[in-house]
Design a protein around this ligand. Structure first.
Ligand code: WTA
Length: 648
């Protein structure tokens, strides 16, 4: 067994074999295994069947009833944790708020009551578009308390993206704030919602948290301030028990078409997965000061800022602002000030802080840290070592956690709680108990060690999403048709000689830009919706900090000529259509895009050109396209790239 890098010898490191035995045992009877885990939650009614597997639809804990808000709040309020801090909140400008479990319980109840007054009932959807403030988890838990599925939309999405999501789930109420702070500036959140609501007839009410104090217009009869709504609400609302497969939330995520996918998560299975993985991966201690740096707008925030930590009664830090604002040592200052013990973040953040140099972390006392985590994309060894040596000071294991919006919680990761295996920088090591992962070839056959293939999950797990909201067909087609009978996440992977899993990035048209998941087609759709654009092809280009940067090749309508102004206009157009996170890093004007004979853009070629990779053999191009035509299109793309200011 190889040693864990630099960890002191008293750290419990298991032989890989022992972990694998434990894992194997869990897979002998996965339903039985998960049945035991589920008993740690508070159920109002027991289940009669642990798993009903009607492929590809899994229903866990059939017949069981519970409430997510009761499990995360009422249990603690009835215990010694009543006055324990749930969130230590820090605003970007340095203001602080301390929210105990009792505080969170009160806010949640009052808001649940406010929602009831607005006639939100079990099954009605509520949309949430908020900056990172303590009201955010309270709003989610209030919805859960009355059985209203919520959908959180990341505040970096445009009004059009927000409207699309609201239309899809038919939300009756939207919760937002007047604005949010980012790098000392304010974002006009309420104004974005106002615009979205022009095309969302389902919405009857908007509740507005006062955060920045900026000027907003309140529409009489529709809009009200959060504080007013809370004042009118009563201090206790009986939690509504819901069936285990009742939708807790819908979270929209990017896929390979322009339309975002509404990933619908259950209540029972999801909570079991959140509870178990928080435990196995982060080995929670009652005196932990835990910090997951994600935004709640993404799944990582849902599971590991809200549900996982609250189920365990943990104290979390929640920081509102940018990671290097006002100085590049902001995070290290936070770790020192609060005595953070567990830090869970993304490789893109590590790389971005690494760029500023080690003098910033070295200036701070980081000795409180005991465990580090990463999520969202593969971590490159240089970033891994920097994180390990400079931040963990060689003492803290790194849990590299692989999972997705669809999986609900962590799937592949080291497990300090169950026995840490020797770590290898860049490998997420092994699947967690109850998770049956494998790497297969094009035909779905298991691959021998060292060969790159596709990751699959062979058996359902409790955090598995129920379906794509109102679109069972797309659910079947996207995830279950590539390899019949097994779940296809869309990632490349390989296993090494010792069986370790190495996740190697997306095998489809999904990009990871600074940790944000975006479909190339979403950006293309936005570009072609501009009057001047004829066609657009978008790809991710490897970027040393953000993982991938968005590169767009655009052909213009014959009446339009490329210009610097047009490039800027297209950027603004994408910003307005999808949101700031989708704005291309580079837009190249091309006269031709490489296509198959049937007119489909050759994505492989676009990606290779954007990444500066070898195009490979184009004589075997699909669909019998003309090799000459494709060659000349590639040449033109390359030429467009070479023009430094492409529009002059
Ligand atoms: C990628 C984020 C390598 C992967 C929780 C996956 C990772 C996608 C890792 C899901 C990791 C996530 N190593 N790749 N540790 N974690 N990914 O839905 O490609 O935003 O399919 O969920 O992120 O992104 P999502």
């Amino acid at each position: 067994m190889s040693d864990i890098f630099g960890l002191p010898s008293n750290e419990k490191v298991w032989p890989v074999r022992r972990y694998l035995d434990l894992h194997k045992e869990s897979l002998e009877d996965p339903a039985g295994f998960w049945d035991i885990q589920a008993r740690r939650l508070l159920w109002r009614k027991g289940w009669t069947q642990t798993l009903k597997w009607d492929p590809p639809f899994a229903r866990w804990f059939v017949g069981g009833e519970l409430n997510a808000s009761e499990n995360t709040l009422d249990r603690h309020v009835a215990s010694w944790r009543k006055n324990k801090v749930a969130y230590l909140w820090e605003g970007e400008s340095g203001e602080k708020r301390t929210v105990t479990y009792q505080d969170l319980f009160q806010i949640t109840n009052r808001f649940a009551s406010a929602l009831q007054r607005l006639e939100v009932r079990k099954g009605d959807a509520v949309a949430i578009y908020l900056p990172l403030v303590p009201e955010f988890p309270a709003a989610m838990l209030a919805c859960a308390r009355i059985g209203a599925p919520f959908t959180v939309v990341f505040s970096g999405f445009s009004s059009k993206s927000l409207a699309e999501r609201i239309q899809d789930c038919g939300a009756k109420v939207v919760v937002t704030a007047d604005g949010g702070f980012r790098r000392g500036k304010t974002l006009p959140l309420k104004a974005v919602v106002d615009e979205a609501l022009e095309s969302t007839p389902s919405v009857r009410h908007m509740i507005v948290v006062r955060r920045t104090g900026q000027q907003v217009s309140m529409k009489t009869g529709r809009d009200q301030w959060w504080d007013d709504a809370l004042r009118k609400g009563s201090s206790y609302v009986e939690p509504v028990p819901v069936e285990a497969s009742h939708i807790l939330y819908i979270l929209y995520t990017s896929g390979t078409t322009g339309k975002p996918k509404g990933v619908a998560h259950s209540t029972g299975g999801y909570l079991v997965h959140a509870l178990s993985t928080q435990d196995w991966v982060f080995d929670p201690k009652d005196d932990d000061v835990y910090w997951c740096t994600a935004d709640i707008g993404w799944v990582t925030g849902h599971t590991y800022i809200v549900f996982g930590p609250l189920l365990h009664g943990l104290t979390s830090v929640m920081y509102e602002g940018a990671l290097d604002y006002p100085q590049p040592d902001r995070w290290w200052q936070i770790i020192e000030n609060y005595g953070i013990t567990v830090l869970y973040t993304a490789p893109t953040a590590i790389r971005s802080l690494m760029r500023h140099g080690e003098e910033y972390p070295r200036d701070h006392n980081l000795r409180s840290l005991r465990l580090l985590g990463t999520v969202g994309e593969p971590i490159n060894p240089a970033a891994w070592y920097w994180y390990f040596n400079e931040i963990g000071q060689g003492r803290c294991p790194i849990v590299d956690t692989w999972w997705q919006t669809e999986t609900g919680g962590i799937m592949i990761s080291p497990s300090p709680k169950l026995g840490l295996v020797a770590l290898k920088p860049g490998s997420a090591t092994f699947p967690l108990p109850g998770i049956d992962a494998e790497v297969v070839d094009e035909k779905g056959e298991s691959l021998p060690p060292g060969q790159k293939g596709f990751l699959v999950i062979r058996k359902p797990w409790p955090g598995m999403f129920l379906t794509l909201y109102k679109d069972n067909e797309r659910y079947k087609q996207v995830y279950w048709s590539r390899f019949p009978g097994v779940y296809y996440p869309g990632d490349y992977a390989l296993r090494d000689q010792e069986g370790y899993f190495w996740l190697l990035g997306r095998a489809d048209e999904v990009m990871k830009v600074a940790g944000h998941r975006l479909g190339t087609i979403e950006v293309e759709d936005a570009l072609v919706s501009h009057l001047s654009v004829a066609e657009a092809a978008v790809a991710g280009r490897p970027d040393p900090v953000r993982g991938e940067a968005i590169v767009a090749f655009v052909t213009l309508k014959s009446s339009t000529r490329p210009s610097k102004e047009l490039e800027e206009e297209l950027r603004q157009h994408v910003k307005k259509t999808v949101g700031p996170i989708a704005v291309p890093d580079r837009i190249y004007f091309a006269s031709l895009l490489p296509k198959t004979r049937s007119g489909k853009i050759m994505r492989r070629v676009i990606k290779a050109v954007a990444s500066g990779d070898d195009i490979g053999d184009i004589t075997t191009l699909e669909d019998g396209a003309s090799v000459e035509e494709v060659k000349s299109a590639i040449e033109m793309l390359r030429e467009a790239e070479r023009r430094p200011k492409n529009n002059r």
